[in-house]
Design a protein around this ligand. Structure first.
Ligand code: ADP
Ligand code: ZN
Ligand code: ZN
Length: 811
């Protein structure tokens, strides 16, 4: 006889046994694809969580059975299940890595045991060994229900062997329930029961009980809190009514919508140029297979206004919309604007939300209450059923790529979802990635262009300050004279300035005058960075820190010197020069706390500060009309990184930060400080000439065989033993060469390496890399997947982590 079978992907699987396992579905269990289940796994039949990918029938009835159904409704629909498969093959991860990325953390169950004391223990208690009696007493003190982990911790035990003995002996009972990690946030509600009328007939009631019943018969149901508030009773009164069967409690879920001040709702009338782009996009949106579009417009041209109108259209159409933004610092302004227009239809997804909030937003989307999801890259997983439009603002930003498992690119997943729903995918940028612009020019994407700034605003004048000349006249500080003059002018006229430094604590390291060694992290091959806020030297990779010191650990001499300019030093320096200025610093050190971005940006917008100093995050998206000066303290830092994207990234950053200036009535100005003023990237960014930049860059990419002319795949090797890690990297390369010669001769491939990673040691782990220039197609991915599976089963290298990263951020 054929048995009903579920094909289940299991959590914590390693790559070489990550496939769908068959389990028999017990009689009467309503298992559906997309539901999570608890299953016995492996030789020991330990319980694990899994997700049902498919359902089928098998003749072989000799299968293990599912123990428990964890979801009564699927948590993943057909589209999401397919996306799991897509991610597995494209991101080289397991099914469950993909599942985990899709579901909000709060939805996760944890499998656990609870212990209770047997009811019929009676007098036997006094005959038990001391330790057993102690355990019984503890469990009883917890309402006779103790979770295994909690119990072990309290008893100071490392395993549950004693508990198991007690269970065998019949002293304890064990139950394996699936506990929810985080409870849904619910409100306790109360209403009259169906039997209340009959029961109340002739029943004697107190005055308080009567007032509660009266309230409930008027309003139908209410939260217990409200009932107590309006009738002035304590909760014991509703408790009594429920006990008598007159009323019942039920739970209602509240949604904790993140709070933002909705800015004033204003109506947008598009300019002619904007209208044209909008018309083209609407037409595509309405077509049967809209494909991908690029909205390419200079900074301040009103790209947001255009896609805002498009969202309005989709929502009016009863379609769902995802809007992705690269950094959370940009979101408050946009969210406020969206909230003002769409109210509760907006859900927000980003990592700064609490788990409960994320779970709530997820539910608002999956139940169709929210129609628009705004967020960082994880918003691509918003569980909509009727997607009409996905927008990726500043599509070139690297934050759309996940740098940890699963290493997905939100852009690729957005394409997957849009083709599933036949929805429009819109990339928006003033400085698109070279790949995107290439595809737009080749006709693979549609292109819509905005050439003018909105209103009377024009692009700012840009001055390039040659820092070599400053040194020649004896100025060794972080600020050129021309920048200082302009800051002063702005302070005098009450206008605001933004100063950009590329990296937090950038370059503030300590070197020894006598042995010339910089102070480095003992766990990583990287110099320590000085932080004035806590007067410590810190490692940005592993978090190691030591108090600032004056003695060199290498040679013992007392001549350490602080060098370079970090955001903190820049802030201190400018505060010394302009003691009257009100300065706001924004970088990852100062903006760790939730909602502090929003507060700070609001304060800046309200004119509470004169100068904003910060890293990358001050460069992008912000729209402050009173900012008329932008200063870039050191443009060179990014430019000469050893990465094929460093020109693109620098051009984009400079263009964007320059674009923050002069967005309002007053003409803006930007000053870019550099030691290499002759570099064409800097002058092209100064002229905001993306087209010229693109023409030069695409030539380099083609000559050097970089994207879009080849895809890049990085294979990484990480291990505590440097020698073993190196051997793994070499053996992998050798085996891959074999495989290519035998079965994959058709694959075009260039292999670079293996070699040490740029930062060789991080947190005491050594890192090697292998770079493959390839064509990202099924054949190539098959080959890599084969290699990863094959390699992960080699015993000798079980302590070395091997992973593949398509389109990696850093080479
Ligand atoms: P971009 O995203 O292209 O850099 P924004 O969308 O931020 O530009 O627009 C720049 C400024 O111009 C914003 O303050 C925006 O409110 C304003 N703006 C743009 N288009 C319009 C419009 N059609 N009506 C009113 N204001 C607009
Ligand atoms: Zn020294
Ligand atoms: Zn470190």
């Amino acid at each position: 006889m054929a048995a009903k079978v579920a094909y289940v992907a299991v959590e914590n699987a390693i790559l070489h046994f990550d496939h769908a396992f068959s389990y028999r579905i017990p009689e009467g269990m309503n298992v559906q694809p997309g539901c999570r289940v608890a299953i016995p796994f492996g030789r020991g039949n330990r319980k694990r969580q899994g997700i049902v990918l498919r359902i089928g029938e098998e003749q072989n009835a000799d299968l293990k059975e599912i123990c428990e159904l964890l979801d009564h409704e699927p948590v993943l629909n057909d589209e999401m299940l397919r996306m799991c498969g897509f991610m597995k093959s494209h991101c080289f991860c397991t099914y469950y890595d993909a599942v985990r990325a899709m579901l909000p953390a709060g939805i996760n169950y944890r499998l656990s045991f609870e212990y209770a004391v047997s009811g019929d223990l009676g007098d036997r208690f006094y005959d038990l060994p001391d330790e057993w009696r102690r355990i019984v007493t503890i469990i009883r003190s917890k309402n006779n229900k103790a979770e295994r982990q909690v119990l072990l911790q309290e008893l100071g035990l490392s395993d549950s062997s004693i508990l198991d003995e007690m269970e065998e002996d019949g002293v304890l009972k064990k139950s394996d329930t699936a506990l929810r990690k985080i409870g849904d946030k619910t409100i306790k509600m109360i209403r009259l029961s169906d039997e209340s009328e009959t029961l109340l007939h002739g029943m004697k009631l107190s005055q308080k009980q009567e007032s509660v019943i009266n309230l409930l018969s008027t309003v139908g149901s209410a939260s217990v809190k409200e009932v107590c508030y309006y009738t002035g009773v304590t909760t014991s009164v509703p408790d009594t009514l429920v006990r008598k069967g007159i009323a019942v409690y039920f739970d209602d879920e509240v949604f904790r919508v993140p709070q933002y001040n909705a800015s004033e709702k204003r109506d947008v009338t598009l300019t002619d140029e904007q209208q044209k782009a909008f018309d083209e996009l609407s037409e595509l949106y309405e077509s049967d297979s809209p494909e991908v579009s690029l909205l390419y417009g200079i900074t301040g041209s009103g790209k947001t206004s255009v896609f805002f109108k498009l969202i309005e259209k989709a929502v009016a159409d009863d379609k769902d919309v995802i809007v992705m933004v690269p950094e959370i610092a940009l979101t408050p302004q946009m969210i406020a604007m969206f909230r003002a227009h769409f109210g509760d239809k907006v859900a927000v997804f980003h990592s700064a939300l609490s788990l409960g909030e994320r779970l709530d937003e997820y539910k608002r989307v999956s139940r169709g209450i929210a129609k628009i999801a705004i967020g960082t890259r994880s918003a691509v997983f918003a569980p909509f059923n009727n997607l009409g439009l996905i927008i990726m603002d500043e599509e070139q930003e690297h934050t759309y790529k996940s740098e940890s498992k699963p290493r997905f690119n939100a852009k690729e997943l957005a394409k997957f979802r849009c083709s599933y729903h036949k929805a429009l995918l819109l990339f928006s940028s003033a400085t698109p990635s070279v790949e995107t612009f290439y595809y737009a020019n080749e006709g693979r994407y549609h292109k819509h262009t905005l050439t003018k700034r909105y209103g009377t605003a024009t692009l700012p004048d840009v001055i390039i300050a040659d820092m070599n000349e400053e040194i020649a006249i004896g100025n060794t500080g972080a600020y050129s004279n021309i920048l200082l003059q302009n800051i002063e002018e702005n302070l005098d006229t009450g206008r605001q300035s933004i100063l950009l430094l590329n990296r937090r604590g950038y370059n503030s390291y300590v070197t020894c005058n006598s042995c010339r060694e910089p102070l480095s992290c003992p766990n990583c091959s990287i110099t320590l960075t000085y932080h004035s806020a806590n007067n410590r030297l810190m490692c940005h990779y592993c978090g190691y820190s030591i108090p600032y010191q004056t003695q060199c650990p290498a040679c013992g001499s007392h001549s350490l010197r602080l060098r370079g300019t970090g955001t903190q030093r820049a802030e201190v320096e400018i505060a010394e020069i302009f003691p009257q200025a009100r300065i706001l610093r924004m970088d990852t050190d100062t903006t760790m706390t939730r909602s502090s971005h929003e507060k700070k940006l609001t304060a800046f917008a309200n004119g509470e500060y004169d100068i904003l100093v910060g890293t990358q995050m001050v460069a992008k998206g912000l729209d402050f009309p009173n900012v008329t000066l932008v200063g870039v303290l050191n443009a060179d830092h990014m430019l000469y990184l050893d990465d094929y994207r460093s020109f693109e990234n620098t051009f984009s950053l400079l263009t964007q930060v320059v674009g923050r200036s002069g967005r309002g009535k007053n003409k803006g100005r930007a000053i870019i400080q550099t030691y290499t003023p002759e570099n064409p990237i800097i002058s092209l960014a100064a002229q905001q000439d993306y087209d010229a930049f693109y023409r030069s860059e695409i030539g380099i990419r083609k000559a050097m065989l970089y994207p879009p002319f080849a895809a890049i795949c990085l294979v990484g090797f990480v291990g505590e033993n440097a020698k073993l890690t190196e051997r793994a990297a070499f053996l992998f390369t050798q085996q891959m060469t074999e495989l290519l010669k035998n079965e994959f001769v058709d694959i075009p491939l260039r292999v670079l390496g293996p070699s040490q990673a740029a930062v060789f040691k991080v947190s005491n782990k050594y890192r090697y890399k292998l770079i493959l220039k390839c064509r990202n197609d099924n054949r190539f991915r098959d080959m890599i997947n084969r290699m990863l599976v094959q390699f992960s089963s080699i015993r000798e290298f079980s302590s070395v982590t091997v992973y593949a990263d398509m389109d990696p951020l850093n080479l």
